[in-house]
Write a protein that binds this ligand. Sequence first.
Ligand SMILES: O=C[C@H](O)COP(=O)(O)O
Length: 926
Amino acid sequence: MCAGRWEEGNRRAPPYHLINTRRSTSERGFLNRKRILVETINPSPSPTSLALSILRPHYHFIGIETCDIDDMARKFFVGGNFKANGSLKAIQTIVENLNGAKLDPNVEVVISPPSLFLLTTAEKVDSKIKVAAQNVFDKPDGAWTGELTVKMLTEHGIEWVILGHSERRTIFKESSEFVADKTKAALDSGLNVILCIGETLEEREAGKTIDVCCGQLKAVVDKISTADWSKVVIAYEPVWAIGTGKVATTEQAQEAHGSLREWLAKSVSPEVAQATRILYGGSVNEKNCKDLATQPDIDGFLVGGASLKPASSVTITVGMACLTYAISLTLNSAVTTPNSFSSLTVPAGIVKVSGDTAPARAKSIAEKLSKKVVISSGERLVSSRPTSPFMCFERTARFSRYSSSRVVPRALAMTFVLPKNILLSYLLLMRTLFSRPFFCVFVRLTSLFRFDFGIVQAVEPRIESTTFIHLLNTASRQHIFKIDGSHGYSPLRRGGHRFDKMLGFMEYVQKCFYHATKWDEDNSYANLNATARALLDFPTPKGLKMNLSSLSSPNFATSYSMASLGVVDGSVSYLFSSRPLDNALSSGDVQLKDAVSGYRDLREIMKPDDLRDWEIWKGGVRVDRRGRLPHLLLHPSTIHFKAKDGVDTLLYGRMYLPASTLEALYLRRLAPTRQLKISAVSNSRLPNGGTILALLQQDNGKWSTEYLYSTDVALIGMRGLYNFGFDPRKTVPPVPPLDPRKIAGRFSAGAEVYYGILNKSGGMSTGFRYSTLPSNVGSPLTVTLTVNPLMGHFQASYAVKAGEGAVFCSRYDFNIYSYESDLVLGCELWRRKQADDAAAAGAASGVSAGNNTDETWQPETTLARRGGRDDDVTGVLKARITQNYNIGLLWEGRYKHLLFSLGSNIDLKRREQPFRTVGIEVQYNS
Ligand SMILES: O=C[C@H](O)COP(=O)(O)O
């Protein structure tokens, strides 16, 4: 069988079934429908990356990420429509704020000032932000008093125009035909169009929402070509929601967007429907955008009022008197611990709060920061209490809780003990290190008398300066959640895998390849959290999907998939393996435990094959190239290399239809301890047309390393994992304890660093795992702790196999700067056939035995005692619940020769419509 038989060597059979090869590694994303590769990066110490981390806190380098190409291909879009508001000065301020803000590069931002300010805005605004006119006429230059022509716009670098806004339709009586004419004129001259549509309240109440919106669209569809749609963004703006503060509910908006996309698929083409961005507009603000941004068919926002509003946050300055000193006696132990900043005393701290916040709120924030404040003059608030710099920063961090901004300073403290007992400490505020130089230095001269000199420059944690920027970043962050399906602040959560439901056939075949070539996926830093991911992050199917696959020869597999979610689409994939995959089984025979991801039982690390074991000699002559050097010494004519004897290679390709996306994977075992993976995705709608990612993996049992290069932002990275305990290369594995009170387990530690050359962004994370081994007599468990020191993220997970058929898992995330936390609980329950012995036991106790195909939820102890087998599993139920009362349910099982995944996502907070998604996937593999 493919999975679970690692008891090679002198290990005795484990007390429970091994499922360690159940999940595949990074390339598994290639095997799922409509996915693309996204390298992810972690927060990092450089200014750009810190900003990035604020905007994209979940991005992480660990491995190839995959996501629905539908989602990713439609770049998130946020437009700001200032309407007829704002003075030149106000608009300049907005532009300056936007220029200075760290905006997510994955979001397209367009602002639309009144026409009088178009040129100034276009001139001043950073090139990453585009400018839109709020209207344009459909005729060339001429006698059109009060109008702007398309030529005027294009000649002055204005790339966008808003057309069909409800205010123009209702107040200025613009008909849908006129809007369509203007759209055509704009597109013909190269402008991009934000095309607004929307229904009135009466129309909605009359159930005419979709008819009205589609009618408005139809006028445009009739006039422009299919190709023109690549330059159109639709903004769905219910008239009753515009400027009223009455935002459409998430369900209302998603329903309308989904229907519009369906209509586009029918009326224009499925490709246009997939590619066209549909924005929502109408009383969007930084709070309500969160949920809206997570909807599958909402690709951004057109923001009115909130695009002009200043943020309700404040700027805080934390500082101390420029030069202060304190003398504290050794006896004053309360403030003198040699290795802590608490020993650094400063007589006075100054907390300055300023900004657009009302003075009362500023005062209340200041009071929270420093319990007792004295207002000395104006807006300056002086703490009357002596305080340490660390306390100040701690309070600044706490301050973020009271601010609407999520930006918090990040402090890094370092202490050096110099000769002669001089203690030098300094504290850096990472976030402001480069943009606003900040440092403080404290020197302690002796251990007897403490002279603490402190110099602290003023610190101004930069806070997102307008509601629009805040909204923009919040929305893009949420959109990323939608793409990666993860929540919280886990450095490893996104690592490698996202789709941990039943494996597609191609994934399964790849796993068989790993097993056949003895590659241990779990001995990798990328898979440190694999158990918690499999148990808590499993996705649930949406709509109907069918897969038909076949391993037509031991070396060659094909797979076809069809899905129906709005529009019908599918994919064709081929896989070639130089190693015959005799261990791959059809859907009727495969053990469910091999086809479903779940708790990952680590196997004992093993000594890798010797390189010489891989050499093939015939008649005293080497005939393959797997050895070290000898073949180089041979004359080429004496080497009779045969592909089938060569290094093991796996080739995989997939084409998605109708979206013309190609995926490819090249996997090559270079040596018993080394593997090369090159993966690529190509799609014209992706940045640069796609991505290539190369990964060189080294695993010698005791430790493993991986080196990565991606063409996307020229990302380079490295990660490693070290296993404590015995070294399989030097000693034999320790004898497993027979005493059930003793635990047989393994402790591993790892880290990763990475750097994006093009975006000058890097980062790191570190993690630990303790997991029991197959030889453990008691309940298997896995505990992990992962830390992103720069971002202050901690994640702890705990999974325990309460028996053969039940696993429970919990995961807790915490951010020490923002105080955000996230708790997820989950379980999986395996359903098994009744065994003969159970039936016999039933008969012996006088109970009718029944036949042995009866199924039941078995108590673990019973199963363990009778030695449950992998092949008696008939289904698995997975469930998880988050602290926000989001529930995921997934049942995976087999009916005759078909494998089923049936799942649903339930949001208990939405009482009116708790079922967010429902779906089923069916697989037949032969
Ligand atoms: O173009 C923007 C829309 O009219 C939305 O305006 P609003 O956000 O002020 O409701």
